[in-house]
Each structure stands twice: as C-alpha cells, then as structure tokens.
Ligand binder design. Structure first.
Ligand code: DGL
Length: 240
C-alpha cells in the first residue's frame, strides 16, 4: 500500500515510526512543511491552503490513503479535508478521543499547540480535561535545541492529572523523558496504529520530502527514524 502522511515538520515522523514498526511492508510518502513551521499559530485559512497543497502533492504520488500526522490540522480541518477528497483520510486525534472515552482515566492533562487548544476538540472527551498550549516547544524541537525547561514549565501549569496526552505529534519525542519522571503519557501515533489496519506485502520504502533540508533536520530525522530512507528537498510554493 502507498501511505501518505504530512505535518508541519518532523513531528509526524513520530507517527511514521509507529506505522513502520507495525506495518513495515508498505511504501510511505511523508511531507514535512518545515518552511512553514509552526502550524500551531497559523489561521485556519492558512492551514487550509497549506494542507490542500500538501494533499495535492501526496495525491500526485498515487497514495492509497492519507494520514494527517499533525494534531493542529486534525483538530481544525479534518472534517473539511475528509469531505473534500475522494480518498480515505485519517486524522491523528479521533482515535485518541475514543480511547480516552473508553478508558478509566478521569483527570486528563493535554499539551498541544495553540490552535489545537483553541479548537476545543479535546472537549469531546467526556472526562475532566485540562489543556495547556505550548507555543515555544515546536520551534525549539525543529531547531534541534534543548526544550526541557520550557516543557517542565508548561506541565507545571496543569492541575493534577492521571495521564498526559501528547496532543501535538512533535511532543511524542518527550515520551521517554516523561516516563523517566513518572508521567504517564498518551502517544497519539501509537493509538492511531492500533485503530487502523494497513495491508502491505511489498518491499518497505520510506520517501521523505521536506520544504527545507538542513543539518538540524537531518539530526532530528536520525533521532526519530531508525530505518533507511530517501530524502528530497521540495518546496510547494505556498502563497498567502
Ligand atoms: N506537529 C503538529 C501538531 O501535531 C504541528 C505543530 C506546529 O507546527 O505547530 O500539532
């Protein structure tokens, strides 16, 4: 199967990693729009133009399905995009909402981008939900800089919770650190993988496209993806 995925940058690679671990025999096409990162502070109109450009590109690769590996686009545009295109499109947040509603957790902490928090998508969880927007984190991750001080600060602003949802796909890279400090987390990419089935019997192939390639990007890719991949710089000419 040809699987297309996209995000504003390297965040969606955490989703790609989970998919490859579980469904290795597929061809993956990933677009990271790191010239336009962060998405989390953009208007809905800008997010729409950016997402449509990326989806057009993925469709040109003949993908069979598309996964919105971006919490911000999933929260704000998934219904619109699912209706607009004649291809199965999966968003990254819906499986986590279902999972939380079926779970025994009562107090749920959420860290996410400003636009995801503003969308109130996580209010669909019929539990006590505490949300914290973390606008500084994605730029720090993309620049391959230290983020622990900012991460700890944002978490400290939340009331006591049973579980912390990493509501932006970039934040899944915090998983092992948070485990070490005894914070129970939810990685939306893992939940998505458990909720879908991708049949594949072909040789695995990972094609990565980013709108800007530099050494910070390569470092980040190497940290997240432990498989062979092909990387190409590709700018999709976004015009406001
Ligand atoms: N990784 C994306 C998300 O899940 C986008 C973050 C951003 O670019 O602000 O929300």
């Amino acid at each position: 199967m040809k699987v297309g995925l996209f995000d504003s940058g390297v965040g969606g690679l955490t989703v790609l990693k989970e998919l490859i671990d579980k469904y290795p025999h597929n061809q993956y096409y990933y677009f990271g729009d790191n010239i336009n990162v962060p998405f989390g502070t953009k208007s809905k109109y800008e997010l729409k133009i950016l997402s449509e450009n990326i989806i057009q590109f993925l469709l040109s690769k003949d993908v069979d399905i598309i996964i919105i590996a971006c919490g911000t686009v999933s929260a704000n545009l998934s219904e619109y995009l699912k209706n607009k295109y004649n291809i199965p499109i999966y968003d990254i947040i819906s499986p986590t909402i279902k999972y939380l509603n079926d779970s025994n957790y009562n107090d749920i902490g959420i860290i996410a981008t400003e636009m995801t928090v503003k969308s109130n998508i996580f209010k669909k969880v019929a539990k006590r939900v505490y949300q914290q927007a973390c606008p500084l984190l994605v730029p720090l991750i993309e620049k391959d800089l230290d983020y622990l001080k900012e991460l700890n600060y944002y978490i400290s602003k939340l009331p006591k919770f049973d579980v912390l949802v990493l509501g932006c796909t970039h934040y899944s890279i915090f998983e092992s650190y948070l485990k070490k400090i005894n914070i129970n987390t939810i990685n939306m990419g893992k939940i998505l993988c458990d909720s879908i089935k991708i049949k594949g019997n072909k040789e695995s192939k990972i094609n990565l496209y980013f709108s800007k390639v530099n050494h910070q990007l390569i470092n980040n890719i190497e940290k997240i993806i432990k498989y062979d991949y092909q990387l190409e710089e590709l700018c999709l000419n976004y015009q406001k």
